[in-house]
Design a protein around this ligand. Structure first.
Ligand code: PMP
Length: 449
């Protein structure tokens, strides 16, 4: 099928047949495709005899384009750089087991299995406040809301701050999961171009001036200052100060997402935006990349004025974050475990980053491709040579034994079809060498070189 053939897709689905739909992600983001109704795979939606009617906002929900792509890349034996997963080698299994025993063998056993407060475990909220103080941000534990992953924080923020047609600013490209959380609220997303230092200030200023003239101030801007997903870029001190100055001038609040900040290689990143404008920044943190994502533990730090609304949204969503997980993590980290654990993750990812950058220079350098130089985190962002389309290259790369994620789904609009994301954290240096050599080979074939 082509997308334009959706009437046939609809007819086949209604008659119970399976359909394969090809969505051209080169020129647009499927999440925002105005034709998405036509490409929705939910048979309920397509069957006129169904008693169910979808809410308008459900049309803004789509399967994660990345998860769909990952299915294609998960062939046995493939060298996979497509995932966004932390390395399972870093999960502290023994410490977790000991903490589970301690919780279940002590006075917290029954409370850990009981319903708990929506705000989160006091020890964890205090720990978050202490950590933020080390980074120069003075926050009270009362401002900390423990969430079921920071992804839930994004969802709660969307519910509390976005109406239909609310203007909303994001970086271009940005974290796809944030777009997924925001889109059901049907905001008007405007993406702000970024350069090698992160968000482009002239473009931000221009957008905000335009917005001011039309009386449409954006609800917030969503930013990832540290080792961004997907580009790996970091905003330096100057850029952070400049962003804050412009946002303050125009009264534009910031949602700062920082799941990767602890994964620095040579030096910690500059202080968070939160420390520079406490009342104007909502901050998201996570235990996923420093302990384990399966725990689903994250947090939101909210200005006091906003906290009660986020708490109410949290209560409606899931009453509270699993209390058992919170107690186990509080037990694991209580005596400074992370002070020794996180450096082992940094060292591992650092070596993998080095291997990836060396392989890229050796293999991709001659092809004319360009890539970012991440100083932390998990990702490198590649721009293929002129005329090479990442989406079209993917099946050839998979045939050659390696997989990446095309960049298009990370753009809210105007995708650059030459971009792709590589994760370096789940492969050994030797696998990285072989995988990048395979990538170079298919690029050379595509460019006739
Ligand atoms: N924000 C960003 C930028 C991410 O990359 C991720 C996970 N990939 C999340 C938020 C969500 O993380 P979690 O829910 O596991 O805390």
């Amino acid at each position: 099928y082509e997308v334009a053939d959706y009437r046939r897709v609809r007819a086949d689905l209604a008659s119970g047949q399976q359909a394969w739909v090809y969505i051209d992600a080169r020129s647009h983001n499927p999440l925002l495709d105005p034709r998405q109704e036509s490409t929705t795979m939910n048979p309920n939606d397509l069957n006129s005899t169904s008693p169910w009617n979808l809410a308008e906002r459900a049309h803004g929900m789509n399967p994660s384009a990345i998860r769909e792509i990952l299915k294609v890349t998960e062939r046995p034996g493939i060298l996979n750089f497509a995932g966004g997963l932390p390395s399972p080698e870093t999960f502290p299994v023994d410490a977790m087991r000991a903490a589970c025993d301690a919780v279940l063998g002590g006075p917290a056993a029954r409370p850990s299995l009981q319903y708990a407060s929506s705000e989160g475990l006091p020890e964890l909220r205090q720990w978050v406040a202490n950590e933020m103080a080390k980074q120069g941000a003075q926050v009270s534990p009362d401002q900390v809301l423990i969430t079921t992953g920071s992804q839930q924080g994004l969802d709660l923020i969307a519910k509390v701050l976005l109406d239909k047609d609310s203007p909303l600013l994001v970086e271009s490209p940005t974290y796809l999961g944030a777009l997924q959380a925001f889109m059901p609220m049907q905001p008007k997303v405007v993406s702000i171009a970024s350069d090698s230092g992160g968000l482009s200030l002239p473009v931000l200023r221009e957008q905000l001036s335009k917005a001011e003239q039309s009386g449409q101030r954006p609800r917030f801007i969503y930013l990832l200052p540290n080792f961004q997903n997907p580009t790996g870029r970091t905003m330096d001190e100057q850029r952070r100060n400049d962003v804050i100055a412009v946002c303050r001038e125009f009264g534009l609040p910031i949602v700062e997402d920082n799941p990767y900040g602890e994964l620095w290689f040579d030096a910690p990143p500059p202080a968070p935006l939160l420390s520079r404008w406490p009342e104007g920044v909502l901050y998201l943190g996570s235990f996923s990349k420093i302990l384990a994502p399966g725990l689903r533990l994250g947090y939101v730090i909210a200005p006091p004025a906003l906290y009660p609304k986020l708490l109410q949204a949290k209560q409606a969503a899931d009453l509270h974050t699993p209390g058992f997980n919170q107690r186990v993590v509080a037990e694991v980290i209580k005596d400074g475990f992370l002070d020794t654990h996180v450096p082992t993750i940094r060292a591992r990812y650092h070596a993998q980053r080095d291997a990836m950058l060396a392989a890229l220079a050796r293999e991709l350098g001659p092809t004319g491709a360009e890539w970012t130089q991440p100083v932390g985190g998990m990702f490198v962002w590649v721009r293929l040579p002129e005329g090479v389309n990442a989406q079209a290259l993917l099946p050839k790369a998979v045939d050659a034994g390696m997989a990446f994620v095309p960049g298009a789904p990370f753009y809210a609009d105007h995708a650059d079809p030459r971009t792709l994301r590589l994760s370096f954290v789940t492969s050994t240096p030797e696998q990285i060498d072989r995988g990048i050599a395979a990538l170079a080979q298919v690029i050379r074939q595509a460019t006739g070189g």
